[in-house]
Design a protein around this ligand. Structure first.
Ligand code: ADP
Ligand code: GLC
Length: 492
């Protein structure tokens, strides 16, 4: 099959979160299954440090009554392993951030991604890309299924193209004032509550859901959650309407990048067999790097993530204050950036309890690897989590995940219960309520096993480390769905 994947981020070229990890790794896995895959994304400033070549192909799009020009650049990134086209238009994309700077969204985000959406469809024609499926991701590409179904499908070469729309996070919907409808180039008749409108606004995520041939999200449990309130964030009825073509596929991980045996960022390399010594080296190196006392015996609890309401870092802060005030012998290492209020609370916490708490407010892939490798426990108190990747990385590194039982965390972390202990499938701890009681229970349960039941702890580490969480299985599920949606809608 010929698959064109369009995304607003893909690692290592441009990344703010897990969407980039997925769109950086899935293309390679699909290519390894024998498919022709092409990736397309905006030529942000961060992409410019990678080698690329001009295609010489010019792009002209009418947006809001004026012609906007751009070009495509082509590059091959070994990590991605498939051809990548970068849509170049510097005044839209050559900026500090991908979607915002200094925590403020760019005022022209709708226009930027309308342009990108047209550029995706035009690429089929202008770059002569044989295409059976266009696989879209999140609101930034939500207009593509509408443009394909309303305009492009009538043109030669587009008749047989099906669209799959993947929702990575329904909390971000690409909502813009009604007037933005005129940027899309689509007739105002589509601005109605069954199609592109939502509470008097243009909603690009809803547009993608309504017009695509199939919809996936990033775990089966999240696929269920978003069809009712509050998980659907207002789009639950829209999704229920499309239930017959909605599937959940759990993300895999890039096992080359996240491999404790070869990870270039960590101190002690290890496999299941050599975990003891290698993990201890990583732990001591992490303590050293974060200016914490270097002690093998103290449990280290790590957290890495975007500092937003979603990730529940505020709950972790409350828990850490309580634990540190009570003098409990635990070390905490936190890495994140985002909400400035939360950033300050984290800094205060670290300066007050510098012997137990280390905080780094920044984006650092290297430190993320080191925390995941060097911690004993990885805490994810997310209020909601479509899939989550850091708990999967933790499993691979023998770091026990303690997670709120929500979304993909339920599908990926097997909770310790008498049954899962007996059949040796337990690999983490899930707590049921994202509140201080819940998170305290989760961490205390994990600490109890860590301190008092070392054999069980080690067993859980082995179970996590040997789980198959590579992309191979999930990529095959995407292929099955591509095939299904090609059969569902009779093409013109
Ligand atoms: P989300 O996509 O909601 O942010 P995921 O768990 O799916 O959550 O993916 C987060 C990705 O971003 C992981 O690769 C994680 O390591 C990375 N990440 C998040 N915050 C940081 C940070 N401050 N520094 C480095 N990596 C980060
Ligand atoms: C989103 C979700 C996260 C998921 C990632 C990749 O950003 O918040 O749970 O893992 O997308 O699909």
């Amino acid at each position: 099959m010929n698959i064109l994947i369009a995304s607003s981020e893909a690692a290592p070229l441009a990344k703010t979160g897990g969407l980039a990890d997925v769109c950086g790794a899935l293309p390679k896995a699909l290519a390894q299954l024998g498919h022709q895959v092409t990736l397309i994304l905006p030529a942000y400033r961060s992409t410019k440090k990678y080698p690329s070549e001009p295609t010489g192909v010019e792009l002209r799009i009418w947006i809001g009554g004026r012609e906007v020009r751009g070009t495509y650049r082509k590059c091959v990134i070994p990590e991605i392993g498939v051809p990548v086209y970068l849509v170049e238009h510097d005044s839209y994309f050559d900026r500090d951030g991908l979607y915002n700077s200094n925590n403020e969204d760019y005022g022209d985000n709708c226009e930027r991604f309308v342009f990108f959406s047209y550029a995706v469809l035009e690429a089929v024609r202008l770059l002569d890309l044989k295409t059976d499926i266009i696989h879209l991701n999140d609101w930034q590409t939500g207009l593509v299924p509408a443009l394909q179904s309303i305009y492009y499908r009538d043109y030669p070469g587009y008749e047989k193209i099906s669209t799959l729309f993947t929702i990575h996070n329904i909390a971000y919907q690409g909502v813009f004032p009604a007037a933005a409808m005129s940027l899309t180039g689509l007739h105002w008749k589509y601005f109605n509550w069954l199609q592109m409108e939502c509470y008097d606004h243009l909603n690009l995520l809803k547009t993608g859901i309504v017009f695509s041939d199939g919809i996936t999200t990033v775990s089966p449990n999240y696929a269920r959650e978003i069809t009712s309130s509050p998980g659907g964030c207002g789009l639950e009825a829209v999704l229920r309407n499309r239930r017959d073509v909605l599937w959940g596929i759990t993300n895999g991980i890039d096992t080359d990048e996240w491999n404790p045996e070869t990870d270039p960022f960590i101190e002690g390399h290890f496999s299941v067999e050599t975990r003891g010594i290698g993990k201890l080296q990583s732990k001591l190196a992490l303590q050293n790097q974060m200016d914490l006392p270097q002690r093998p015996d103290v449990p280290v609890i790590g957290l890495v993530g975007r500092l937003t309401e979603q990730k529940g870092f505020d709950l972790a802060v409350e828990l850490i204050y309580r634990k540190a005030a009570s003098g409990e012998d635990v070390q905490w290492v936190l890495l994140g950036s985002g909400d400035p209020i939360l950033e300050n609370r984290l800094r205060e916490l670290a300066s007050r309890y510098s012997q137990n708490v280390a905080v780094s407010i920044r984006y650092s892939n290297e430190l993320a690897h080191q925390i995941i490798a060097g911690s004993d426990i990885f805490l994810m108190p997310s209020r909601f989590e479509p899939c989550g990747l850091t708990q999967l990385y933790s499993l691979r590194y023998g770091t026990i995940p303690v997670v709120h039982a929500t979304g993909g965390l339920v599908d990926t972390v097997t909770d310790l219960t008498p049954e899962t202990e007996a059949d040796k499938t337990a690999n983490g701890i899930r707590f049921c309520h994202a509140d201080i009681q819940g998170i305290t229970w989760g961490i205390d349960s994990a600490l109890d096993v860590y301190r008092n039941r070392p054999e069980l702890w080690s067993q859980m580490q082995d179970t996590g480390m040997t789980l198959d969480i590579s992309w191979t299985q999930s990529a095959q599920k995407y292929v099955d769905i591509y095939q299904k949606i090609r059969r569902i809608r009779p093409r013109k």
